[in-house]
Design a binder for this molecule. Structure first.
Ligand code: XBP
Ligand code: MG
Length: 257
């Protein structure tokens, strides 16, 4: 049998929502609701409904799905796409200000792994469906003002035609990294994200979040509770955690065997 083992991991591609931070339930959801209120809509996305709506990636796409299924009278609006885009802009303003107030911390192990990869000269990149301003605001509010510059490539939002589970954003980032997928690893939290990373040819580690833990992670190299810290080791949900308690360059390289 051919040995596909690579001698190095050259880049780690991070998803954002659910992976870097638990942003959905108490971040994006609240920002959507604040935007609805500001725009005079009586819509309220509860925790459970939002879990259902998360199957649709992209905030504008999610609003459209909601209109189609829960508020179809709005479909008669002229310029529906523009109206949704305007509503989503208001949502982004609320979300960014929530982040700027320090509202959402990084998940366990995220800051440690990012710093460790930089020290190990392994490139880091972002591949997300969310709006670019959201990524910058999250990174700045948690890792400091210069942290967006630590990333070799940040791929976000509408720069590609197909959102996850399409592989487009991962393909876009890999192209800019100028690296083959075999030399990289993706870190994801959701089934849609995993489908996207696998379709781009990336070995993927999944760290589950509250909304995603029951999803189908077939094809992931490793499914973990989180990235782990020496003082707070991860739990392995699927795969071989190599008796380690936290994700580091060594563990990622071992996944390549
Ligand atoms: C998650 C998403 C996004 C966010 C909301 O992206 O699907 O749509 O829920 O952000 P990922 P926007 O897991 O790829 O980071 O409203 O800006 O789309
Ligand atoms: Mg995600």
């Amino acid at each position: 049998m051919m040995n596909n083992r690579v001698s190095a991991v050259r880049a780690v591609l991070f998803d954002v929502d659910g992976t870097l931070a638990d942003t959905e339930r108490d971040g994006h959801r609240l920002a959507f609701n604040a935007a609805f209120e500001e725009c005079g809509l009586d819509w309220q996305w509860g925790v459970e409904l939002y879990g259902e709506l998360l199957a649709i990636t992209g905030g504008k796409e999610r609003i459209r799905y909601f209109v189609e299924h829960y508020a179809p009278a709005e479909l008669a609006r002229s310029g529906l796409d523009g109206w949704i885009a305007g509503l989503h802009k208001v949502k982004t303003r609320h979300y960014v200000s929530l982040l700027e107030s320090g509202g959402i911390p990084l998940r366990p192990g995220v800051a440690r792994l990012i710093r460790h990869l930089r020290d190990a000269n392994i490139k880091i990149a972002i591949a997300t469906t969310t709006t670019p301003e959201n990524v910058t605001a999250l990174l700045k509010s948690t890792l400091g003002d210069d942290s967006p510059g630590w990333f070799d490539v940040i791929g976000a939002g509408d720069i590609v035609p197909g959102k996850k589970p399409e592989p487009d954003i991962y393909d876009w980032v890999l192209e800019r990294l100028k690296l083959p997928a075999q030399e990289c690893i993706a870190i994801e939290d959701s089934e849609n994200g995993l489908r996207a990373s696998l379709a781009a040819g990336l070995d993927t580690v999944v760290t589950v979040s509250d909304y995603t833990r029951l999803q189908d992670f077939t094809g992931a190299k490793l499914v973990l509770s989180d990235l782990g810290e020496p003082a707070q080791p991860f739990t392995v949900l699927r795969g071989d955690g190599l008796d380690s308690g936290w994700v580091d360059a060594n563990l990622l390289l071992n996944l390549k065997s």
